[in-house]
Ligand binder design. Sequence first.
Ligand SMILES: [Mn+2]
Length: 387
Amino acid sequence: MASRQPAPTGEHVALTAQNGDYAASRPPIRGHCEAPERLEAFLHALEAARGKRLLIVIKGHPDPDSIASAIAQRHLSAEFEIESTIVYFDQISHPENRALVKSLDADLRQYREDMDLSAFDYMSFVDTQTAHLPVRVAQPPAILTFVDHHKYVGGFESAFTDIREDAGATSSIYAEYLEHSGLGLRMGNSTDARLATALMHGIRTDTDNLLLARPIDFRAGAYLRQFIDGDLLRLISKQSITARTMEIIQRGLNNKAIRGTFLVAGVGFVREEDRDGIAQTSDFLLRHEGIETAVVFGIVNGDVVDGSLRTNSPTIDPDGWLKTLFGADSAGRHYGGGRRNKGGFRIPLGLFARCRDREALWAIGKKTIEDLVFEKIGVENEKSEAS
Ligand SMILES: [Mn+2]
């Protein structure tokens, strides 16, 4: 094995995998790859570990980049019949990351004392600066791969090392491996779609929504884009929430009314520029346990009732549901409409907008909407109970 020779530029790569018959048995590197020699070496390392047991290590609190990178490492290892276990040691503290792991169906294992880490043949470290296990293991397995984008500190031996300080996310490095290895993602495959989505999310969170993205991150995004599950990405992406939107969400929480799987919340008067807070509140309240459909509404700009519907219900078609509920104006324009799992409505207050008593105006708006919605739910419940 050759020893690692750090490049002077802050980029470090070790090409220490044994030369085998790899080149003859695998497809060639595809397309314009930023670092084809690294990818070759990465694949060589995996080939050398064919059929072995691999421990993929996430250090620190798992975050979207480390989670996605670990899943990508497992995906690529599986191509070489390597049996991988992803382990993490610190709690997945952030609720968003717990939801991420759940929605990805990622099968990550939290370390427990009865796990025998020395029973693995190799370890892979992803998205971490150092290669020390956080727990004492008498005979830690040899390090097969070490892929990261933090500042290089060294201090370990690994069959393959790829540290790119110029990458915004480790997920981008794995996306490059996937794109150019011929072992990449398959269109229309749901497992691959989840991996692509996880990587995209990892890139977005580590680059502050691409604000800090580097060329490799954009190239990764361009490749991943075609495979991602848009609904899943939306579900797991954190949206930054302004203080005023937070206030609207709080009003929604305080004023919510729940009937079965339905949640309705009036948030009062909302400024024109904060209009989107209504939809964000609806998104948020849909996550309430046991809720399948959320309707949130407010009076925007003092002259229109603006509302937003979000649903996970398989039986509610937002477009039809809102059109039947609110009907149309005298010109036949519907007050509401939507698409697959979301919808919105706007009902002008007309002359009532001139009412000086804001409390009274809100009371009328709130009562009207709530009564209409609850009446419709009641009628639907009766129908479904009767059938
Ligand atoms: Mn990272």
